[in-house]
Design a protein around this ligand. Structure first.
Ligand SMILES: Cc1cc2nc3c(=O)[nH]c(=O)nc-3n(C[C@H](O)[C@H](O)[C@H](O)COP(=O)(O)OP(=O)(O)OC[C@H]3O[C@@H](n4cnc5c(N)ncnc54)[C@H](O)[C@@H]3O)c2cc1C
Length: 509
């Protein structure tokens, strides 16, 4: 049996890291599965300059077979983010195609770092308002550092007390922004993304250096990664970090909570006065159902499915690719509910940073011809990734099977007209694209999981009080995306972080 602690936090992703930050110095033990990056040598120069001087194939190409997942999660130095999930956190489904992270820092080792405040419209159906979250967004922002601009999306993305200047814009996205400012299509707003990427120096963090390495390695000090918060807190003695533990279940005792884990050395029981679950929405739901030995209840399930549309910039065909463009989101686009039937948010990317091997099989000619064609084509391509909002419904649920696997069902159909309407917007901006080129992802591929244990004003079983406490428990709290009763199209991790900080800050000593 292990020594007691005041608080146990499960998970070191954005949610767990912000709960730990809020509770630092208060007897926190953070339990984590905690995979760390494989021993792939780090690269320190610009991707395109490196390619001229050394063979970086082993950084770019992963020869191990992998299921179809986000390009980033397949790079040899990034695959640790989802390593072993099917073995240790299995999920069965024919309609929901998720991945699960068991890494120190969680998915935020590979994230796009887009950080957007939810306003009261986004929080419709939540028992909290934007003013409840505001001081916690401020605290998170001061910790992580955010760059962005005061532009047409300022109100939509919320007031940041301090922003680093935005990142440099690529040539193609400069053209899109200029065309938008001239034509202003109805119901469309375009502006710079808010990114948890600093563009000005901070103590112990250099600003973004435009090395275009985002698709092949993690740990750029300019980009926020919760693993760094965990390391800083643990090294400073403000928390105890215990990797290598797969949390199975908890049960409450008269004095607190017991948490049972599995590790290489067997089963361990940890005790604390309070438990905070931040294992990611899917695994937090699994732990709660397992703790109740419940194999029948269906919990709600949410994700932001995506529609991906390639956009062709005719005037950039054959142009030289700028090796110093960032591979992060260049622009955001918000489509209004009045004009488009629902409110959507899209991120626009260039095609730099991603290996050419990703595109080569998409063209119909010989490998050699495809490769030569792509040299002209890639500088002229952007990708628009449109996120769909999500509401709970009877055909979207999670259940825990007797064998410990989660079973998920997620029946979803996109609005059949959205791709055509999005393409029409791009054509108004002078770009070429066509609805038949649009690809709708499967639910689960959005990696914006939420919903199973929603906060509510009058919580029932498997729901949370406004302060994050799980109904029916005295000292068990949930602070990750499982809390969210519905998902706007806006990326939700910044709100997970602010809400985790709010819930942890509200705990009585
Ligand atoms: C390629 C990519 C791009 C993304 N881009 C963005 C973006 O731009 N903006 C945005 O808002 N979101 C983005 N996301 C989503 C974002 O990363 C997630 O929403 C976020 O990481 C969720 O944080 P979390 O702390 O709730 O969970 P996770 O990040 O899933 O972390 C879970 C943590 O719990 C631990 N854990 C899990 N189960 C157990 C267990 N049983 N026992 C012990 N430990 C456990 C894991 O080790 C991990 O530390 C992106 C994700 C990906 C993959």
């Amino acid at each position: 049996m292990h020594a007691d602690s005041e608080v146990i936090i499960v998970g070191s992703g954005p949610a767990g890291a912000m709960a730990a930050l809020a509770l630092r110095g208060r007897g926190v033990r953070l339990l984590d599965f905690g995979h760390t990056p494989a021993n792939v040598p780090r690269l320190h120069q610009n991707l395109y300059e490196l390619r001229r001087t050394q063979d970086i194939t082993s950084h770019v190409i992963n020869l191990r077979p992998s299921p179809p997942v986000s390009l980033k999660l397949r790079a040899p130095a990034l695959e640790f983010v989802i390593r072993d999930w099917q073995q240790f956190a299995p999920l069965a489904s024919s309609t929901f195609r998720p991945v699960i992270s068991l890494a120190k820092g969680g998915f935020a080792n590979a994230w796009g770092a887009g950080v957007y405040r939810f306003h009261d419209g986004d929080l419709h159906g939540y028992p909290i308002s934007a003013s409840d979250l505001a001081p916690h967004y401020d605290a998170v922002a001061a910790h992580i550092g955010i760059s962005g601009d005061r532009d047409d999306l300022w109100d939509e993305f919320g007031p940041e007390p301090s922003l680093d200047p935005p990142m440099r814009l690529s040539h193609n996205c400069e053209q899109i922004l200029a065309a938008y400012q001239r034509r202003r299509p109805q119901g469309v707003r375009i502006g710079r993304p808010r990114l948890a990427v600093i563009t000005q120096p901070r103590p112990n963090r250099e600003p973004y250096a435009y090395r275009a390495l985002e698709f092949i390695q993690t740990g750029d000090p300019a980009m926020y990664n919760p693993a760094r918060t965990i390391d800083d807190l643990a090294n400073g003695g403000a928390i105890t970090y215990e990797p290598g533990h797969l949390v199975q279940r908890f049960h409450e005792t008269t004095n607190g909570v017991e948490v049972i884990t599995r590790s290489a050395s067997g089963t361990t029981t940890f005790r604390a006065r309070t438990l905070i679950l931040a294992a990611g929405a899917l695994n937090t739901a699994r732990i709660v159902l397992a703790s109740n030995n419940d194999h029948t209840t269906r919990l709600p399930l949410l994700d932001n499915p995506m529609t991906v549309v390639p956009i062709f910039h005719p005037s950039s065909y054959g142009r030289t690719l700028n090796p110093h463009d960032s591979a992060m989101a260049q622009l955001n686009m918000v489509l209004s509910a009045d004009t488009f039937g629902a409110k959507y948010q899209a991120s626009l990317y260039g095609c730099n940073g991603a290996p050419m091997s990703e595109f080569i099989s998409l063209l119909p000619f010989s490998l050699d011809l495809n490769r030569r064609l792509l040299r002209y084509l890639i500088p002229a391509l952007s990708l628009s990734i449109l996120f769909h909002p999500a509401e709970p419904g009877p055909t979207q649920y999670l259940r825990l099977r007797e064998d410990g696997a989660l079973e998920a069902v997620y029946e979803w159909r996109p609005d059949a007209t959205i791709a055509a309407r999005l393409c029409a917007v791009f054509r108004q901006l002078g770009l070429f694209t066509a609805p038949f080129l649009a690809k709708h992802s499967s639910p689960g591929e959005g990696i914006h999981y939420a919903g199973p244990l929603p906060m509510s004003d009058s919580p029932q079983r498997y729901q949370l009080h406004k302060d994050g406490r799980l109904e029916g428990t005295r000292r068990v709290y949930v602070c990750d995306g499982a809390c969210f009763p519905r998902l706007p199209a806006k990326n939700h991790t910044y709100t997970i972080m602010a809400n985790a900080h709010r819930i942890a800050s509200g705990l009585k000593p």
